[in-house]
Design a protein around this ligand. Structure first.
Ligand code: HEM
Length: 127
């Protein structure tokens, strides 16, 4: 059987649907609204480029923006454990919405959990 990268399992169209579903949730999440721009179209475009290469597809993000250095690029924002959790919840709901399931979803989501935890750079706000 021919070896395929995860990107080929999801494909460009489904990935784009997933990212649009994800950011429509981000745009409504009380913990995430304050750190995201009001117009998310450029964020969506960059995230599609990044996820394409994250899943083993063409290096679209690096070609346009250089080395990802994702943790460094998130340093301008306060990424608390609660915000990482919120980000992942939006992603899980978006995966439900576009009908991602099975092994692909399990492996992809686990990887996002690790990356999201790696982005955390601030403690939760005190109540
Ligand atoms: C950009 C928040 C996790 C990938 C951003 C931006 C924010 C943000 C506020 C800037 C949006 C903009 O100005 O356009 C968060 C929070 C996370 C998180 C709260 C919770 C842990 C992740 C994860 C990934 C990721 C897990 C990758 C798997 C990206 C990419 C960009 C981005 C590719 C665009 C970078 C660029 O401007 O070139 N994120 N992020 N983020 N994030 Fe995250």
């Amino acid at each position: 059987r021919k070896y395929t990268v995860p990107y080929e399992d999801i494909g460009a169209e489904k990935l784009s649907e997933l990212m649009n579903a994800f950011y429509s949730r981000v745009a409504k999440h009380p913990l995430l609204i304050p750190i995201f721009p009001e117009d998310l179209s450029e964020t969506i475009r960059k995230q599609i480029q990044f996820q394409t290469q994250y899943l083993g597809g063409p290096n679209l993000y690096t070609e346009e923006h250089g080395h990802p250095m994702m943790r460094a690029r998130h340093m301008h924002f306060k990424i608390t454990p609660d915000r990482a959790q919120a980000w992942l919840e939006c992603m899980a709901e978006a995966m439900d919405e576009v009908g991602l399931d099975g092994k692909f979803r399990e492996v992809y989501f686990k990887r996002l959990v690790m990356t999201a935890h790696h982005m955390v750079n601030a403690p939760n706000d005190e109540e």
